[in-house]
Design a binder for this molecule. Sequence first.
Ligand code: HAM
Length: 414
Amino acid sequence: MITGIKGFNDILPVEVGVWQHIETTARRVFSRYGFSEIRIPILEKTELFARSIGDATDIVEKEMYSFVDKGENQVTMRPEGTASVMRAYIEHKLYALDSMAKLYYMGPMFRYERPQKGRYRQFHQIGAEVTGVNDPKIDAQVLTMLCHFFAELGLTEPRLQINSLGCPECRPRYREALKAFLKERLDRLCEDCQRRYETNPLRALDCKSAHCAEATADAPAMIDYLCAGCAEHFAATRGYLEQVGTEYSINSRMVRGLDYYTRTTFELVTGLLGAQSAVAAGGRYDGLIADLGGPAIPGIGFAMGVERVALLLKEREFVVSPDIYIAAMGEEAQSEAFRLMCALQRLGLAVEMDYDGKSLKSQMRRSDKLKARFTLIIGGDELAKRSAMLKAMESGHQEEVNLVPAAIALIVAR
Ligand code: HAM
């Protein structure tokens, strides 16, 4: 037997209803906020991710699916969507029409991580990006849309946490202060944090190791080092969130695992998924478009992990049950059942029947198992009268109906 690859999952028919519900809800909510879909390729030049996500990040250092293709090109299966969307935005000069673009995307991403519940090597993101707006109203708007999406799904988890990572003016000052703090405690940090002390010291703040959490408990916070512009932006973002009633808390230890972030960063976190607490995450990236060779246009966005959202929802609610299950006895009745099923399906009803000539009892059991709303029983006697017995499964109420598709559809729609 050939099995699938570790960390690469099939999404089976019983799960797919939840996925479609998540995708449809995202499309509906995002379009209300003026977002259009963009579809980006899975394969990009490796250089795109190295330059945007950053050479010293876990993703670029050890998690990318990179290879040399037959034309000797160094390529990578996208580990995230923001870099590709911005590459497309620059390449197709979307800013020439209007520097403000509101784009969303959905699809598979690839990271060579250690698979566990909620963490996979092929996973799926739904993301959204806005370019061209410095005003903090857009930060509040993007966050409000994301919370609105979760509310529309009926989820009270996850909860929004925000932070500011400053800008190239104030972050170096904070980095130095943090390095001075960590220097005194280097021997208490894990091996990974010791190694990235020079290249990426901020990661010590969100390291999963209990030793690092303890050693950095009273580390200086970026929000205390913000320059006047960043402090004002953060305060205004908070003010707008409060104005529209979007609940949040501040997490001054949130550093994010990608280098392109500036100013507002955020995560939607839950305690329900064990170690994989971030269901969605994102932030501002005011320097990214220029770093990728485009004009100096700011950006902000987020991506959610669809597997994690699906885990938060109860799968069974989304299994589509038939409106009618047709149970037929005898060859003639089976053939009538088939004709009727096709006619009812054309009328827009979800209809199932038995194809194997099973006993009435086992057909009734299948109708129960599929949670059909009605069972239509066609037997020899009824067939002679061109009628059948329609049973409402929940109440048990039965009535004789004519074998006329439109008449049956009317009763079911009542
Ligand atoms: P990220 O934090 O790397 O950000 O990923 C966003 C979300 O993708 C995470 O919160 C998580 O739900 C999901 N995710 C990440 N890795 C995995 C995995 N191995 N298995 C399952 N789910 C996973 C980004 O990717 C940024 N591009 C977000 C962004 C958009 N920032 C600005 N715009």
